[in-house]
Each structure stands twice: as structure tokens, then as C-alpha cells.
Design a protein around this ligand. Structure first.
Ligand SMILES: Cc1cc2nc3c(=O)[nH]c(=O)nc-3n(C[C@H](O)[C@H](O)[C@H](O)COP(=O)(O)OP(=O)(O)OC[C@H]3O[C@@H](n4cnc5c(N)ncnc54)[C@H](O)[C@@H]3O)c2cc1C
Length: 488
């Protein structure tokens, strides 16, 4: 039997391996690190567990992505979530207490709205409802692969599908916000979601949250990656860790294998479930051209690189899951990049993340990838010193809000974009790939290029916006394309 070679054992690599194994294809995953999971990580130290990548899993209870994640083992029926009941967002001095359920959210909007906004509130909930119903549809095949009858039925069922997301995708969130009269509501929207993203991604996000289809799964990243790995191996898949692929071999316009160091593995189908920039650049040395990828890599906005400070605290502060604070002085996570908005994620509501009576806290700051890269190349000591300086500034900021904070710090752990790169190759340190702006949504990279047979892509650089649910659906679509195009 021919084998399919998958580069990368992150969530997308494991998922595409599972979907292909289920179709009866033999697969092997080459993962450069000594463990699978990619950026889905939970660093631990002294009894504190900092689950960074599983904070908010969408599609955790129902719908199309839920069905696919159940197939991979990422989630399972009855999997409980652990989150605090509300979140706090601050914007231009105004503080919003947000409860993510339809009733409480409606009440909040009604409190904040101007009389001219009443009709818009109704429209908002109507559109969110439509997005929710769309997310529940099980027919997840790539639309182009549906039979004529299938396409007709899909469109008949979802007359709205063709119209709503298309109309909304071409609008930015910022344009939509400007249509609201109430300054408070505009401030709330801006606090909840970055304003240069596509409106459709906001509605999809709001639908998952307001209909209770998102949350932090019990067991977090570690358990999730473990379940995926077990499912993959249980289906007969082969996982080779510590195997960085250095080159994708081509012959006569078709994939011929991969090279790992001095070893060559032959095969005619490769799935690059790793970064698209690295695949087209380093692994293919520019021999395959994909115009959408060139466009997106040149002009697409990436998620800003993160500097994450993890705190182990010897007490609890009653901080909710998400707390977005404004701080006038701010924190410089790299020179000339002051974070006046501090994004805090507390793990107080999550069991087993800290020893009894203690708590774990994560703070994400925006930073400059080039600065951290140059700094480390220049001097390891300067790199360490700068991390300490950021922690000092952040401590002062936290102390202003939570008196006694500094004295409660038992340990700190700092992850720069370069730390994240240890877990995966990330395009300019972007932790979730391309940001879901109108531009990137319109220029999505296809799952294969026409100039090279046997080469497929999946993962967070293809599934614009990233996220575990999105890369799972993307992996499913890649497997569908492979089944339709390759003969096994
Ligand atoms: C801090 C943080 C918070 C997040 N929070 C959430 C969240 O709350 N909810 C959510 O849904 N998502 C979240 N995400 C995003 C989510 O974790 C990712 O979108 C998803 O895990 C990406 O999976 P992937 O397989 O596409 O990519 P990766 O995880 O990047 O996997 C790619 C894999 O390929 C391997 N690889 C790369 N190059 C090679 C090579 N040459 N040879 C062999 N192997 C190679 C890498 O080592 C890696 O294992 C978060 C991510 C981060 C970093």
C-alpha cells in the first residue's frame, strides 16, 4: 500500500493522519520535536500548570466541528468545561462585565444602547443565530467536492449560507462598529474583538460563545494532544518524533519523497501540516509557486507575536478567566511597543492548575519578534536581562491593580516568540498564523497547488485565524481532497 507522508505532528498533522487512516490510507507523521502537539502546550513547574493553548475551544458541545473533533478524539460527548461565569473588559476607562449567554448579553446591550441602536441589537442576535445554525450543519465536505445534488440541497437548506457570510466577509468589524450610535457599545465591541478583523469571524466567535458552544475542556492541552495521538496510533498510524524534514523531493512535477537529514523516504503524496512559508521556501526551495500564498505571505496580517508571562502565585485573587485591563503606564514587551492593554488569563477556575490555595495566572503581551530575535542572536545574557525587565514592569502594573501581588509571586516563567518557535516553526513568531482580516479571508491559500501533483497543505497557516477547531476542519478537508484526487 502507498503511504502518505505528513510533515508536522501538531493538531492538524495528527488530525489529517486520523482522517486518512480512517479512509484506509497508510500514513506516517514526521515531527521535528520529541513530542507531538506543536504549539498546543502546557508548560509546568513546581505544581503550577500553565495551559496556554486550550483556553477557549470553539465547537466543544455541538455542530460540524464538534463532530469532527469527536472523530479525532480532541473532544468527546460529555467532556466538561471549566471556566469562570463572567469576564471583565476595560476600554477607555469603562468597565464591562460580560457573561457569555444570550440572556445576560442582551441585558448588557440593552443597558448600554442608545435608542437608535435598538433595531441593530435585534439584527445582531438574528445574525448570530444564523451563524450558529450554520455551524451546526454536518455536511462539511469542501463545497467543490459535493455532487450537483449535494450542492443544490445544501444551498436550498441554507439559502442564507451563500449570502450572509459572503456579504459579511467583505465588511470589516470596524466598519460595522461605526454603525452603532452608543459610544459604550462601540467601546464594548472594540474591547471584545480586534477591529481590523473580518466581521464574519466575529459573528462565528460570538455565536459559539453565546450559544454555549465554547469553553476550556477539562484536562486541557496535554489531555487533548494525548487523546489525538492515541487515536492516531490506534488506527495504525506511524508517528516519528525527532524527525525534522529538510526537503520535499520532486520529480517530473510530482512529489517523490522527503529528505530527513541524510535519510530519504520515497513516496508520492505529502501533506505539509506545518508552516506554509517554510514549506514553500526551505522545504521546496521556491520550486512550487502558489499565487495566493505569495500574496498572503507578502501582504497578509499575522497575529501579533506574543510575550507571555506565567505567574505561580501563593494565593488567589478572585480574577476571572479573562481580564482585559487598561494601564496608563503600561508594559514595554519590546522597546517602542508599550502594552497599555494588559490581557490577563487566570486559571483560578480550572482544577489542578496550582497547589491548594495557590493560583496560576497568564499574561499575554504584544511584542516585536525582530527585537527578540536580534537580541538573542546578539547576547543570551541581554535576552535574559530584558525578560527580567519586562517582568519588573508587569509586576508594578499588577501591583497597582492587585495590592500584595508582588509578594504573592512564587515563580515566573517568560515565553518570548522564540520560546513558541521551539514548539513549532512560526511565521515571524505569529502564534496563530494569519489574522482573519477581510484581506486574508478573501485570499485563503488552497489545500493544493496545480503546479505540483501529490502535494497538499493544511494547518493554521491555511485555516486563516487558526484554532484547534479550525485546523481540525481544515485537516478534514485536506483528507477529502486527497481521497478525491489520489488513487490508492
Ligand atoms: C499561546 C496560544 C494560545 C492559544 N489559544 C488557543 C485557544 O484558546 N483555542 C484554540 O482553539 N486555539 C488556540 N491556540 C491555537 C492553536 O493551538 C493552534 O491553532 C493549533 O494548535 C495549530 O496546530 P497546527 O497543527 O496547525 O500547527 P502547529 O501546532 O504549529 O504544528 C505544526 C507542527 O509541525 C512541526 N514541524 C514544523 N516544521 C517541521 C519540519 N520541517 N519537519 C517536521 N515537523 C515540523 C512542528 O514542530 C509542529 O509540531 C493557541 C495557540 C497559542 C500559541
Amino acid at each position: 500500500m502507498k503511504k502518505i507522508m505528513i510533515i508536522g505532528g501538531g493538531i492538524s498533522g495528527l488530525s489529517v493522519g486520523i482522517f486518512l487512516q480512517k479512509k484506509g490510507c497508510a500514513t506516517v507523521i514526521y515531527e521535528k520535536n520529541d513530542r507531538p502537539g506543536g504549539v498546543c502546550i502546557c508548560p509546568s513547574e513546581k505544581g503550577f500548570h500553565f495551559d496556554l493553548s486550550c483556553r477557549l475551544l470553539n465547537g466543544i458541545k455541538s455542530g460540524r466541528r464538534y463532530g469532527l473533533m469527536c472523530e479525532t478524539g480532541a473532544v468527546f460527548p460529555g467532556l466538561a468545561t471549566e471556566s469562570s461565569l463572567f469576564e471583565i473588559y476595560q476600554n477607555e476607562g469603562e468597565i464591562f462585565r460580560v457573561e457569555w449567554n444570550l440572556r445576560a448579553f442582551r441585558k448588557l446591550l440593552d443597558q448600554l444602547c442608545a435608542s437608535e441602536d435598538e433595531r441593530r441589537i435585534g439584527q445582531f442576535f438574528e445574525t448570530v443565530g444564523k451563524f450558529y445554525r450554520l455551524s451546526q450543519d454536518e455536511s462539511a465536505q469542501p463545497f467543490r467536492l459535493l455532487s450537483l445534488k449535494g450542492k443544490w440541497e445544501f444551498l436550498r437548506k441554507h439559502g442564507a449560507y451563500a449570502v450572509i457570510p459572503r456579504r459579511i466577509v467583505s465588511q470589516s468589524f470596524e466598519q460595522w462598529i461605526n454603525g452603532w450610535q452608543s459610544g459604550s457599545i462601540r467601546r464594548l465591541w472594540r474591547a471584545l474583538y480586534p477591529d481590523n478583523y473580518a466581521l464574519s469571524t466575529f459573528f462565528a466567535y460570538a455565536a459559539a460563545r453565546l450559544y454555549g458552544n465554547s469553553g476550556r475542556p477539562v484536562g486541557g492541552s496535554k489531555a487533548l494532544v494525548h487523546r489525538l495521538t492515541e487515536t492516531y496510533l490506534g488506527l495504525g498510524g506511524r508517528l516519528e518524533t525527532g524527525s525534522p524534514v529538510d526537503e520535499i523531493l520532486l520529480s517530473d512535477g510530482r512529489v517523490a519523497g522527503v529528505r530527513i537529514g541524510n535519510r530519504t523516504e520515497t513516496g508520492t503524496t505529502v501533506v505539509a501540516a506545518c508552516d506554509i512559508g517554510m514549506t514553500l521556501g526551505k522545504l521546496l526551495q521556491g520550486r512550487v509557486k502558489i499565487s495566493k500564498a505569495v500574496t498572503l505571505l507578502r501582504h497578509g496580517d499575522l497575529f501579533y507575536p506574543l510575550l507571555t508571562v506565567c505567574y505561580g502565585l501563593n494565593r488567589r485573587f478572585g480574577i476571572p478567566d479573562t481580564l482585559l485591563l487598561e494601564d496608563e503606564k503600561g508594559v514595554d514587551a519590546s522597546p517602542d511597543l508599550t502594552n497599555n492593554r494588559i490581557e490577563i488569563h487566570s486559571l483560578e477556575a480550572v482544577s489542578g492548575t496550582a497547589p491548594p490555595g495557590k493560583s496560576a495566572l497568564i499574561v499575554n503581551l504584544r511584542c516585536d519578534w525582530y527585537f527578540w530575535k536580534n537580541l538573542r542572536e546578539k547576547s543570551g545574557e541581554a535576552y535574559r536581562q530584558y525578560k527580567l525587565m519586562v517582568v519588573d514592569e508587569l509586576n508594578a502594573c499588577m501591583e497597582r491593580r492587585f495590592p500584595g501581588f508582588t509578594d504573592s509571586v512564587e515563580l515566573t516563567k517568560v515565553l518570548t516568540p522564540l520560546s513558541y518557535e521551539r514548539f513549532s516553526v512560526l511565521n515571524k513568531g505569529s502564534w496563530r498564523g494569519f489574522a482573519p482580516t477581510v484581506f486574508s479571508m478573501k485570499n485563503r491559500i488552497p489545500h493544493f497547488g496545480s503546479s505540483c501533483k501529490g502535494l497538499y497543505f493544511c494547518g493554521q497557516s491555511i485555516a486563516v485565524g487558526g484554532g484547534i477547531d479550525a485546523v481540525t476542519e481544515d485537516a478534514f478537508q485536506t483528507a477529502e481532497w486527497i481521497a478525491a484526487r489520489e488513487r490508492f
